[in-house]
Write a protein that binds this ligand. Structure first.
Ligand code: PMP
Length: 429
């Protein structure tokens, strides 16, 4: 057993002053049997080191943003320069224009862009803008997709193909939940039924074009096209939540990879280069609803701060280099093939979903294509696998619903080591 005494001590101290010991619930080990989460102290490239000095290969990538690996020199230089020149002005700056142009060039549907501070804010504002533009209230979303922690999107799926929402959190008024309709992902019929019933009252349909919040789930061929067609026929807007997906699978959004276009897009994570950020944008006449041009309000003291913006520019510069996404594909396929082989060898039933350098391992013997099938994956086996991996010095998220992320810092050697570790874990399961 690795020594994690200091992590345990810190957890006790944290429990006394930080609610639940963590600043985001997904960091707790609650879903994997409890106990002290590992406290990290230093990170470099594809590795980090905990407070007891143990080293790990990192596939958590901070839940997505760290796509160039930790402390990438180009990103670090940008942040250092930004810090030395003042981190916040409360005025326009040149860098935000450069960055908005970079994003628009990569994701042309974002004709006008606003930066803010988190994915939560970006999605929340897309909904407000869609409501302002359509003068309608209801929102249709897909079961199991996470869109941040604003009231409106923390509504779970009920049973049945399409249900009016029940809040997934205390503190959310039923009146708000009533405005959200949840349908299963990849279910054209359920979506058509929801549009039939509520389409004329719907402001927008909120979609993760490739799902990253119950593992990794791709849309079935034609699904997103059908969502676009029916949504627009009903006079509603399509909002893509690309907080996880943008710049993950290609230099652009999943929308560019898949050839489907939303009216509004929300971004976050990767585009901050490891610093806090969010952004939203879309068709010009829709975005012109927002103040100071229009009647919908959105603002932010920290929005467009030069540190986040310059880190984001540097991160996209790294990702725009030739061969980056080809390498994600190559290493991703190598890791996936190794894990599948190990599973077969040890008779462990898994389903592995992967797009480029992002993948999910489900302990289940059937395809995972929506939230229901993802939920059926064995949580108890996952918890044991997670802890065995940690002992092997491999770090993934402590939840069966989170993806593994390969970064530009991962090498073939890291993948080979990881496959060998997974093989031993499967043998021990
Ligand atoms: N949308 C998606 C698809 C996400 O995965 C997340 C965060 N995991 C969010 C929105 C919320 O982003 P943030 O945590 O930056 O508020």
């Amino acid at each position: 057993m690795k020594n994690r005494e200091r992590s345990a001590q810190l957890h006790e101290q944290a429990m006394d002053v930080i609610l639940g010991g963590v600043n985001s619930p997904s960091r707790s080990f609650k879903a994997v049997g409890g106990g002290a989460p590992v406290s990290m102290e230093r990170a470099q490239g594809a590795y980090f080191w905990d407070v007891d000095g143990n080293q790990y290969i990192d596939y958590l990538a901070a839940y997505g943003p760290i796509i160039t690996g930790h402390a990438h020199p180009h990103v670090t230089q940008a942040i250092t320069e930004a810090a030395a020149n003042g981190t916040l002005y409360g005025t326009p700056t040149p860098w935000e224009i450069t960055f908005a142009n970079m994003i628009r060039k990569a994701i042309p549907s974002m004709e006008r862009i606003r930066f803010n501070n988190s994915g939560t804010e970006a999605v929340m504002t897309c909904i407000r803008v869609a409501r302002a533009y359509t003068n309608r209230i209801k929102v249709i979303k897909f079961a199991g997709c996470y869109h941040g922690h604003s009231d409106l999107v923390l509504v779970a799926a009920g049973s049945g193909p399409s249900t009016l929402g029940i809040p997934d959190s205390a503190g959310i008024p039923q009146s708000i939940a009533n405005e959200v309709i949840t349908v299963p992902f990849n279910d054209k019929q359920a979506f058509a039924d929801a549009i039939e019933k509520w389409g004329s009252e719907t402001a927008c349909v909120l979609v993760e074009p490739i799902v990253g919040n119950f593992g990794i789930v791709e849309p079935e061929p034609g699904f997103l096209e059908e969502v676009n067609r029916l949504t627009h026929a009903a006079g509603a807007l399509v909002v893509y939540d690309e907080v996880i997906t943008a710049f993950r699978f290609c230099y652009g959004g999943a929308q560019n990879l898949l050839g489907v276009e939303p009216d509004l897009t929300a971004l976050g994570k990767i585009i901050g280069g490891g610093l806090p950020i969010g952004a939203y944008g879309g068709r010009r006449e829709i975005m012109e609803q927002v103040a100071p041009l229009g009647p919908a309000y959105q603002a932010g003291t920290m929005a467009g701060n030069p540190a986040s913006i310059r880190a984001g520019i540097a991160c996209l510069e790294v990702l725009s280099q030739p061969g980056v996404y080809e390498e994600f594909e190559r290493l991703g396929e190598m890791l996936a093939a190794g894990i599948r082989e190990a599973a077969q060898k040890h008779g462990v039933k898994i389903q592995l979903n992967r797009v480029k350098g992002a993948m999910a391992v489900y302990f289940i013997d059937e395809p995972v294509y929506d939230y229901d099938t993802a939920q059926k994956a064995d949580s108890e086996v996952f918890a044991r696998f997670f802890r065995l991996l940690l002992e092997e010095g491999i770090c993934i998220a402590p939840s069966k619903y989170e993806a593994w992320f390969i970064t530009t810092a991962h090498t073939e050697q890291d993948i080979v080591k990881t496959i060998a570790a997974v093989d031993r874990c499967f043998a021990a399961l």
